[in-house]
Design a binder for this molecule. Structure first.
Ligand code: HMG
Ligand code: MG
Length: 298
């Protein structure tokens, strides 16, 4: 049976913009965050406290986090891969943070420059310090349905990393199909293994849409009881230098699917579509939401 309600985690301002090669003004990011809030999104991943040498686009994390006109009832979160990141985030009054690991050694090395074991060692003090500050920590696991360097990833490996992060104190684990290669049966099988260790209501689906499978995969995991979905307005994201790469599943498409299934989100789809239209015009990117495009050309 489908869940009655789904919580959307909007990652457009972070995942959606982090690979954007042209600088996006802090003001534009802040307006995006504000518009998303006005559309009824209640969880917004707003920034990433990572090395600006690695991800220049997130270099204004502090300005973004302190510039937000906070709305009641909305959680504004940030990524914090290490203590330096967490300390920066805490200074801005962040409400939640996230650490990010992966089920693939090669991807972990490329993304955060260490082994899986080292990454978990690094996250331990981050989780501890966040807990002392009363800040919940989300845990990401990337490459759950495939890795750009290693290909197939065993569900058991995904389960192992997820379980470790969960036991270390992450309140929720977001399962990332980082390169969007998954298909529905594969997604179900992976989830079946991971949910042996972690309650399904503590798992989120974070699917990129590179191969156009994200909505189908989401439908498959909704059937298994997933009730937290990460998505990006207008399907923002993806590396413009990697041929064919694309961003997260589009929030508008997810909301349309969910509402069609009678599942509540609390989101105003029209306002969300307008936000997707506005941001893609602002940064001159195509709108990768089919629903958003349809609604805006009606
Ligand atoms: P490193 O080079 O191994 O770390 O980077 P280091 O500790 O040796 O530090 C090197 C330099 O970075 C130093 O500066 C540090 O101060 C600085 P220098 O002395 O050379 O001038 N530094 C920092 N600066 C600002 N904020 C920090 C920070 N930490 C160190 N927090 C590190 C390790 C993790 C920092 C680096 O690899 C990094 O920043 N990686 C970024 C990875 C990233 O942002 N990836 C994208 C997000 S993950 C994702 O998109 C997947 C997800 O969406 C799920 C999915 O789709 O699967 C979540
Ligand atoms: Mg992602």
């Amino acid at each position: 049976p489908f869940p009655k309600q789904v919580r959307l985690v909007e990652v457009g301002a972070r995942d959606g913009l982090q690979n954007e090669p042209n600088p996006v003004a802090t003001e534009t990011k802040l307006e995006l965050i504000d518009r998303l809030g006005a559309a009824g999104v209640n969880y917004i991943e707003a920034a990433s406290f990572v090395s600006p040498k690695w991800v220049p686009q997130m270099g204004d994390a502090r300005e973004v986090m302190t510039g937000i006109q906070r709305r009641e009832g909305i959680t504004y979160a940030a990524l914090t891969p290490n203590l330096k990141g967490l300390e920066g985030a805490l200074e801005t009054g962040v409400q939640e943070v996230a650490v990010f690991g992966a089920a693939s050694e090669s991807f972990t090395k490329k993304n955060i420059n260490c082994t899986i074991a080292e990454s978990l060692e690094r996250f331990a003090p981050v989780i501890e310090k966040a807990r002392d500050a009363g800040i919940p920590v989300r845990g990401y696991v990337s490459t759950v349905l495939g890795c750009p360097y290693e290909g197939d990833i065993a569900p058991e490996k995904v389960a192992e990393v997820s379980k470790t992060l969960f036991e270390m104190g992450c309140y929720e684990i977001s399962l990332g199909d980082t390169i969007g290669v998954g298909t529905p049966l594969k997604a179900k099988r992976m989830l079946e293994v991971v949910s042996r260790d972690i309650p399904i209501d503590k798992l989120a689906a974070h699917f990129h849409d590179t191969y156009g499978q994200a909505l189908a995969n989401l439908y498959a995991v909704l059937e298994e009881g997933i009730s937290i979905i990460d998505s990006s307005v207008a399907g923002l994201g993806g590396c413009p230098y990697a041929k064919g790469a694309s961003g997260n599943v589009a929030s508008e498409d997810v909301v349309y699917l969910l509402h069609g299934l009678g599942i509540q989100t609390g989101i105003d789809l029209q306002k969300l579509a307008e936000t997707g239209h506005w941001i893609t015009q602002s940064i001159q990117r195509p709108n990768r939401s089919k629903v958003g495009t349809a609604l805006m050309t009606k």
